[in-house]
Design a protein around this ligand. Structure first.
Ligand code: XIL
Length: 311
């Protein structure tokens, strides 16, 4: 039967997976990654700590490996991520405040320039808001100010005019204070001519807690004139798995897929890796996991069937 990627493509969308370089030595894993999905996101190796570990010294070997694997499989690539408060090298904290805007622009220009023509999207800025809708006090916010997000988007557009430029965050899948703040920012960017093309909803969700307003929220962003992507989908549960939880998880995955399918401008869905073998969840949320559509032995779970049937 057809793959998730093929079903999504028939609907005019993609269905993708994150991956990471250490996993690429796992041949059975790579076989499924290469066949089932029509989009790939490098889970780590496009981040600042990997691409500019020393100031002015750019390093693209690992990210290039993921991009060339994707190209050989006819998969599109989402670039993730240019400016983020996490996983950046320590030297950035030592840049004098008055120089950080130039340093940020130089990073964006180099990285987006290197991958020009090879990525369909860039997550230009990641996770810039707090839950209450205020700006996160990152090094960029503290030393550059509110304007750093718009400046990052302008630099990315100049470096890669063909990539769609996304703002990406978590806990913005439903309507609430945080998604309201992102909505207001997108509205302002559109009014001011700041080049934004899309909003990425990470969708690191909890079992049984798909926001009921998700479709409506996707729709309101689309109505502003931006695309929406579900960029890092996983649905975690308290371990151990059981049949009841697996059934709930399948229902939850189906609800997310249906919310995206219902909105033309929802362009695709990416799971944050596809197998529980390589999920980031257990290391960050102790006692939780089993968040992905394949188990740790690369067998399909009920969530896989639900996604497949919904697409
Ligand atoms: C995670 C990776 O999956 C982990 O391997 C890494 O240790 C930490 O980052 N939001 C994001 C992603 O935007 O970049 C994060 O990825 C997960 C949360």
């Amino acid at each position: 039967s057809a793959t998730l990627g093929q079903h999504a493509a028939a609907r005019g969308k993609y269905f993708g997976s994150a991956t990471d370089n250490p996993e690429l030595t796992d041949a059975p894993y790579v076989s499924i990654l290469s066949s089932e999905f029509n989009q790939i996101t490098p889970g780590n190796t496009m981040k600042w700590q990997f691409t500019e570990p020393q100031q002015g010294q750019f390093s693209y070997g690992q990210a290039d490996t993921v991009v060339s694997l994707a190209r050989s499989n006819n998969q599109s690539v989402r670039g993730h991520t240019l400016v983020w408060h996490s996983q950046y090298p320590g030297w950035v904290d030592s840049v004098p405040a008055s120089q950080l805007l130039g340093v940020m622009r130089n990073h964006v220009t180099n990285v987006a320039g290197h991958f020009q023509g090879q990525v369909i999207h860039w997550d230009v800025v990641n996770e810039a808001f707090e839950e209450n809708g205020t700006r996160r006090q990152s090094v960029f916010q503290r030393n550059i100010g509110d304007s750093y997000i718009a400046e990052a988007f302008r630099a990315a557009r100049a470096a890669d005019p063909t990539a769609k430029l996304y703002y990406n965050d978590y806990n913005i899948e439903g309507i609430g204070a945080k998604s309201d703040a992102v909505y207001a920012m997108v509205q302002q960017f559109k009014a001011q001519g700041v080049p934004i093309d899309g909003v990425g909803m990470q969708a690191h969700l909890i079992l049984g807690q798909v926001p009921s307003s998700m479709q409506q929220n996707i729709q309101r962003f689309a109505a502003l004139g931006v695309d929406v992507a579900i960029t890092e989908l996983d649905i975690r549960m308290n371990l151990p798995r059981d049949t009841t939880k697996d059934t709930q998880q399948a229902n939850d995955y189906r609800a997310v897929v249906n919310a995206c399918l219902a909105v033309t401008r929802c362009v695709g869905i990416t799971v944050w890796d596809y197998t529980d073998k390589y999920s980031w969840i257990p290391s960050v949320f102790p006692g939780q996991g089993a968040a992905l559509p394949y188990d740790e032995n690369l067998n399909k779970k009920p969530a896989y069937t639900a996604i497949h049937d919904a697409l």
